[in-house]
Design a protein around this ligand. Structure first.
Ligand SMILES: [Zn+2]
Length: 334
């Protein structure tokens, strides 16, 4: 099936885009957290119009309504799956084949904790990839949502990442994310032990509850090799905490392209946690304007970036930095 952006990006998404985003989005966007997937290794539900095998070309096509006429680059992560956890090599090869030779594109290798570090090194080099993606679903001990970082990102693989100067995207888990002392300990330990590795904390350091960012960021703000991608996080305050405590130079916008970006809904902090609401969640009939509809999460996400940038007083140049220049500098744009 060919990618069809009109199947997910609907009329009310277009209206929201024109009102909230069209004049805000810069000319160039380096997506610091985007995905590709292959059907052999991924059978989770996809949004309408999304192909079962997603290539770089599909990404470009499906992003057009959101970034019309913009120059796009990106850090492409193989989509992890709980359904076929043994297929990490397949989807890493798929991602490598898809982005090879494309301008301003880098790809990651999806690891499992039991992978032999030298096997990882060989394959990343063979495939022309630039770093690693890990995911808690591959941790051996259950439940994986409570896993400590080395249970899904082992130290011996990080040693190779350091020797090779790789980028490593980490979506940390545990209830309190960066406010958790275990997560703080391992981030510091890895960044100090492996200074040539660049650690990218996904989803604005998974601060879907921004209180965890305000509490945890001061504990890691001095680390020069820790970076942040904003992807999928719709809480402006989570981004504001990073901009305020760590500075805009370490912050980069990402979409989490896939079901996480192209589902209609929202997520929001409550108490010490957060919740997701989707189109079928029984809340939309309680809106103050009953005619309003949920927009794509990626649109809510980009509006949260706008609000964070404005509230922190970022200049136009600094906004261009978080959409392109920071990533291009870190990863080496063409
Ligand atoms: Zn992701």
């Amino acid at each position: 099936m060919a990618a069809d952006p009109t199947a997910t990006f609907l009329e009310h998404d277009q209206e929201f885009h024109e009102r909230e985003l069209a004049s805000f989005l810069p000319d160039k966007f380096w997506d610091m957290h985007t995905h590709l997937w292959a059907k052999e290794a991924y059978n989770a539900p996809l949004p309408p119009g999304f192909p079962a095998d997603a290539t770089y070309e599909d990404y470009i096509t499906l992003m057009q309504p959101i970034f019309p006429g913009r120059q796009l680059g990106g850090w492409f992560l193989p989509k992890p799956t709980v359904h076929a956890p043994e297929q990490t090599l397949t989807v890493s090869e798929w991602t490598a084949d898809s982005v090879r030779g494309k301008p301003n594109c880098k790809g990651a290798f999806l690891i499992k904790p039991q992978d032999d570090p030298e096997w990882v090194r060989e394959n990343v080099k063979r495939l022309g990839l630039s770093g690693l993606k890990c995911y808690h679903v591959h941790a051996i001990k259950k439940p994986t949502l409570n896993a400590e970082i080395p249970e899904y990102l082992p130290e011996e693989i990080m040693r190779v990442a350091n020797e090779e100067g790789w980028y490593v995207t980490l979506h940390m888990v545990k209830d309190r994310a960066l406010a958790d002392p275990g997560n703080q300990h391992w981030i510091r330990h890895y960044c100090e032990s492996f200074p040539d590795m660049k650690l990218i904390l996904a989803h604005s350091s998974r601060g879907f509850q921004p209180a965890h960012n305000w509490e945890g960021l001061p504990k890691i703000a001095d680390l020069p090799n820790v970076y942040f991608d904003s992807s999928a996080n719709c809480s402006p305050v989570a981004h504001e905490a990073i901009l305020k405590i760590c500075g805009h130079e370490h912050f980069m916008v990402g979409t989490d392209f896939g079901a996480a970006s192209h589902t209609h809904g929202h997520h929001a902090p409550v108490g010490d946690s957060f919740y997701f609401i989707y189109e079928k969640s029984p809340v939309w009939d309680t809106l103050t304007n009953p005619d309003d509809k949920p927009v794509l999460i990626v649109l809510e996400h980009l509006r949260s970036i706008k609000w964070a940038a404005w509230s922190q007083g970022l200049s136009d140049t600094q906004i261009e930095d978080i959409f392109w220049n920071n990533a291009a500098r870190l990863m080496g744009a063409a």
